[in-house]
Design a protein around this ligand. Structure first.
Ligand SMILES: [Ca+2]
Ligand SMILES: [Ca+2]
Length: 206
């Protein structure tokens, strides 16, 4: 199956920093042992307050801060399980927690996903229908066939509806697995060779 270039992978937020671009050093000391951040990054002080002493955000801290920030709006706050998925999926440096860049990436993605969800949840009931989840996924730029969309719906729906929490878990996973795949797909043809351990490493973390 041919992909229409990168667009086929769902490049929903092109303005966000991607892996490989110049970003702030990691929380653990940067290059010379001292973290350096762009002066006045409004997220930094918020992040350090959330992260606490260890300088990184774990699932409980993430759940607390997302609930307090009210990102879920009128919807049910995120479950701890979804917060675990968010961390597992966006934990690029494999610390098991979220550093500053990972946190910022999640934050930007969450706002976009919520906006997208709201456009489909017109009556504000907190859930969307399977065909609306399909439309949402396609509107993010992913090109998936019907059987794939069906299996996603089966996995993320409850009594035929998809709730905001599950919707976000679905978006996180789709994005992270697509990133993993895309990074290995040198020819951009939608085809990759995985060795067994590599495949498990990519998918079992979820
Ligand atoms: Ca912490
Ligand atoms: Ca991390």
């Amino acid at each position: 199956m041919a992909y229409p270039g990168y667009g086929g992978y769902g490049n929903m937020n092109p303005s966000m920093p991607m892996m490989g671009q110049t970003m702030a050093p990691t929380v653990h000391g940067g290059f010379y042992g001292q973290p350096q951040y762009p002066a006045g990054d409004p997220m930094w002080s918020y992040f350090t307050a959330v992260a606490g002493q260890d300088g990184e955000v774990d699932a409980e801290e993430l759940q607390r801060c997302l609930t307090q920030a009210g990102i879920h709006g009128t919807y049910t706050p995120f479950s701890l399980e979804t917060c675990r998925i968010m961390i597992a999926m966006l934990d690029r440096d494999h610390t098991g927690k979220m550093g500053f860049n990972e946190f910022k990436e999640l934050w930007a993605a969450l706002s976009a996903w919520k906006q997208n969800f709201c456009t489909f949840d017109r009556d504000g009931s907190g859930s969307v229908e399977p065909h609306e989840l399909n439309q949402a996924i396609l509107s993010m730029g992913y090109r998936l066939n019907a059987p794939t969309l069906n299996s996603i719906v089966k996995r993320y729906s409850k009594s035929g509806r998809i709730f905001f929490d599950d919707y976000v878990a679905c978006c996180v996973k789709l994005r992270a697995l697509t990133d993993v795949f895309r990074r290995r797909d040198n020819m951009q043809q939608g085809m990759v060779n995985f060795i067994y351990d590599d495949f498990l490493q990519c998918t079992m973390a979820i």
